[in-house]
Structures are given as C-alpha cells and as structure tokens.
Ligand binder design. Structure first.
Ligand code: NAG
Ligand code: NAG
Length: 503
C-alpha cells in the first residue's frame, strides 16, 4: 500500500513537471565552493574574496561554480547583540557581511552562509532554533543567496519525521517570508527519513554523516549500516568514505528532482587523501547522482590534477543535464571481488537517462584488483522495463568516454601561473575550453557541442554487452548515444523521443 502511494506520487511529479520546494531555485544541482573541508573554523573575509577571485580566474565561475559559501564559525564569540541579532566576528569580517555579498554579486557570484536548527551550531556558536524569523531576516539583509542549515544541538527535537520536518520547516517558511530567494541546503545527515520529506521544504538534504577524504576506508565515527539505507541510524557521524555514501544513497537515489536534491556532501577533490583515479570517480559519481557540487579544497593552492578533474565540462554536463534525474544502481557485485587494503571489495554499475536520449553508464571498481567489468544493455535499461523488454535494448549504441578530453596538466599549470586576465583568457581560448556563462549546458547539449561528449571509443550492438577494463579504485564514465536507424519508430514515435516520454 505505502509503496503504491509513493509510486503514484512520483509518477504524478514526473508527469506534471512539478518542482520541489517552490522558490524557483536549484532547477539543476547547485555548484560552488564551501570553506569547511579545507579550512574548518579558519574563516575570514580575505579567504572568501581571494577564493572568489580564483574561482573566476581559473574559469570555474564560467563552468557553473557560482556559490561561495561561508560555513560555521563566522559569528562573534559573544553571541547575539543587544537586539538579539546574530553578528559576525569583526576581526575576521572587518567590513561586515553585506560588503562580502556585494563584492561577490558584482563579480557574478552568489553568497552562501551557515546556521544550525539547534540552540548552537556544530562549532557551538548561537544556533537559529526558535530564532528563525529574525535570523532569516538577518541573512536576507546581508544579501545571502544560500543557507546551509545544520542540525547540531537540536534540543531533542528529533525522533520522528514530523518533528524534524517541523523544525526545519520553520526556517524554510522564515526564508520565504523575507521575499529574498534563498536556497535552503538542509543538513540533518539523513535522520528521520529526510529523503521522504526534504524536497517539500528544502532545495537539498544531506543523506549521511560528513564525508572525509578517503575512498573506501571504514571508520567508527561514521557509525551507520553501510549496506542498506538505515533510517534508525543514531550516529551519522563525521568520517564517511565515498563508498559508504554511495551505498547509503543507492536505495533512494531516485528521490532527487529539479529543485530538490539528495546531498552527498561537499567534495574532497584536491585535498590529498585520495589518488587521482579515486578523485575522478568521486567527482563523476557526485555529478551523475545529482548531488550539489561544492568544491571543498583550497582553490588558491591546488595540484593541477585537481583542477583538471573539477573543470571537465563533459562530466559537469551530467550534473547540469536539464532532465534532472539521478543515475540509479543497476548492479552491485561483492562476491568474488578482490578486497582492498581496508577489507572492502565490490563493483557497481550505475546508469541513468539524460535529456537528449543518451544514457550515462558508470563502472565503479571499489575492489583491490584491476578487472574487466561488463553489463548488458538489458541491465542498463532496467528502469524502462526489466528482462530486456525496454525498446532501447534493440538499438545499437555508440560509447563515449567522458574523461577522454580532460584538460592537460600543462594547460592547467599555465592557467594557474598566469598573471593577467588577458593571459588566462588566451590560454582558455587556445584550448577552446567550455564556457557555460556563454553557452549554458542545456544549449550546449542541444547543439551537440563536442566538448560535452568526450570521445567515441566503441559501440555496443543491439542486445549486446558493454565491457571495459577498470583499474582498482577507479570508475569509467560513459555516455551511450543511440545509433538511430533511418525512420526508426517505437509506438509511433521517433525513437529518440521514447526514452523521454516513457520515464
Ligand atoms: C514563497 O513561497 C511561494 C509559494 O509557496 C512561492 O510562490 C514564492 O516564490 C516563495 N518566495 C520566495 C522568496 O522563496
Ligand atoms: C565566459 O563568457 C562570458 C560571457 O561571454 C565572459 O564574460 C567571460 O569572460 C568568459 N569566461 C572565460 C573564462 O573566458
């Protein structure tokens, strides 16, 4: 019964194109930078503005990284002022917060801030619980565009979906009442079934404890069950690996819709704890799963290899695809997969439909050995009909490798070393780099801009099998493009429309 109701609801949403929370924001997953993973409490105006400068200089703003988010620890240690208003620590923010948002806005960026639906924030500054209206007004008056809203010190107001929903809805309503569109990035780590109600009041909702900079390593501080969604988890924690988070979201990856996204937490790319292949896999999966994409490293001082991961337009086009549906996991193998150094070992295949009828397929090898992975077209297209019944299985598909045209490290190094805007523009122009400010992803995809499609590396025949070698702790990311036969139709429609209309 419950399942039927849910399915009916979902079909209803898909059929009418209804968005989640109705503030008109986050129609594709929001992208930006947040200071927490690299800097923790070491925040300042200088950090935010110099990072903003770097975001622009490296061409990242023009790939969609718009939000510059100030996390916890921005407040004055003495708490609220005499009028009950939150106030910034003036030694760190000498010109106030409005000045920061004005400067970000003048550069075409957006400003994000942080609070908690508790009596204190996680770092024990004043929280917004029972102060939602005045705090929302403060945020609006500072020109804030995005609020990360945490869940520390909630005074016991947790334990049922209704209690948590109401606690967060108070802030959602208060933000709405300010009249300023402010994206709400809810962060209660998956508690109280947030994947069933987050989209009604927020633009994204965190689904696990905090990420840390490890690909598979289990840690007691990330205490909940790793294999299936565990709604009764009592310790979402802080040290969750990439693999842990993927296994957590797998059971409800289909909940995200335009305007409301499952948040897999901020990115660790460039932080130093993972290999290049691990960071590529982390980044591509976060993009294909439609997580908000928040860079978490020090952009002013990063390895060239990190820049060439986060600026890959063919991967970003998965995140920003206008269809707005996450990949889902169509296959997971544990038996017979070699274990890695942490005793973890499994392979996964994720796939999902894209606006233009293409299909993204990701092979993840989270095992200890290099292997060849494979999946049948029948498995890839299970969401359109099990047992090979999906019409897509009868087509031939071209296979495109989306990492094929990654920026070279030489170019990235030259870009980071360039001293003037002119020089940087010349470098990006030389390699014909994608600019989403000029050509939004939706338009680039519609026009088959080759920079969004990687490189064709092979074909899969109708009814066939996609195979590829995948090294240990890596992912391969493919875009399958239907090879249409002339005049091909299904149920009277052009074959390229079938996927869109059927799902
Ligand atoms: C407030 O909510 C209403 C309806 O729920 C919506 O139409 C409006 O755009 C929202 N305003 C803001 C500023 O989010
Ligand atoms: C991208 O295009 C916009 C609009 O044409 C332009 O203002 C901006 O400088 C370009 N960005 C880069 C990095 O070239």
């Amino acid at each position: 019964m419950a399942v039927t109701v849910l399915n009916t609801l979902l079909v209803g949403l898909l059929a009418t194109g209804v968005e989640a929370v109705s503030n008109g924001l986050a129609l594709t997953p929001p992208m930006g930078w947040n200071n927490w993973n690299a800097f923790g409490c070491d925040v300042s105006e200088e950090l935010l503005l110099s990072t903003a400068e770097t975001i622009i200089n490296l061409g990242l703003r023009d790939l969609g990284y718009q939000y510059v988010v100030l996390d916890d620890c921005w407040q004055d240690v003495n708490g609220r002022d005499a009028n009950g208003k939150l106030q910034p620590e003036l030694s760190r923010f000498p010109n106030g917060l409005k000045s920061i948002s004005d400067q970000l806005h003048s550069k075409g960026l957006k400003y994000g801030m942080y609070s908690s639906a508790g009596e204190m924030t996680c770092a024990r500054f004043d929280g917004s619980l029972d102060h939602e209206v005045e705090d929302a007004q403060s945020f609006a008056s500072w020109g804030v565009d995005f609020l990360k809203y945490d869940s520390c010190y909630h005074m016991g107001r947790i334990g049922t979906p209704q209690i948590s929903f109401n606690r967060f809805k108070t802030m959602s309503d208060a933000l709405n009442a300010t009249g300023r569109p402010i994206l709400l990035n809810l962060c209660n780590w998956g508690e109280d079934y947030v994947h069933t109600w987050g989209m009604s009041i927020a633009n994204s909702w965190r689904i696990t404890g905090d990420i840390y900079d490890s690909f598979t390593r289990p840690d007691d501080l990330c205490g909940c069950d790793t294999t299936i969604s565990d709604p009764f988890c009592i310790a979402p924690g802080t040290h969750c690996s990439v693999l842990f988070i993927l296994n957590k979201v797998a059971a409800f990856a289909d909940r995200s819709i335009p305007g409301g996204w499952s948040d897999l937490d901020m990115l660790e790319v460039g932080q130093g704890g993972m290999t290049d292949e691990e960071y590529k896999a982390h980044f591509a999966l976060w993009a294909a799963l439609k997580s908000p994409l928040f860079l978490g490293n020090d952009l002013r001082d990063m390895p060239a290899s990190a820049l060439t991961i986060i600026n890959n337009p063919a991967i970003l086009a998965l995140s920003q695809d206008p269809h707005g549906r996450s990949v889902t996991r169509v296959r997971r193998d544990v038996q017979g997969v070699a274990k890695d150094e942490w005793g973890m070992g499994e392979t996964q295949v994720w796939s999902g439909y894209l606006q233009n009828g293409d299909e993204v397929v990701i092979f993840l090898n989270a095992g200890g050995e290099d292997i060849e992975m494979q999946v049948t077209l029948a498995e890839i297209f299970i969401p359109f009909g099990p047992g090979g019944s999906a019409p897509h299985v009868k087509s031939d598909w071209a296979v495109h490798d989306l990492w094929a045209h990654r920026m070279s490290e030489e170019t990235a190094e030259a870009l980071m070393a360039a001293a003037t805007d002119e020089r940087r523009a010349a470098i990006l122009k030389d390699v014909n780099w994608y600019n989403a400010t000029e050509t939004p992803f939706e338009e680039g995809l519609r026009n088959n801009d080759p920079r969004l499609f990687g490189e064709k590396i092979g074909e899969v025949k109708a009814g066939g099998i996609l195979k590829a070698p995948v090294t240990s702790h890596a992912a391969r990311v493919f875009r399958l493009r239907r090879i249409a036969k002339q005049g091909e139709t299904f149920k009277g429609k052009s074959i390229d429309r079938v996927a869109k209309d059927e799902l």
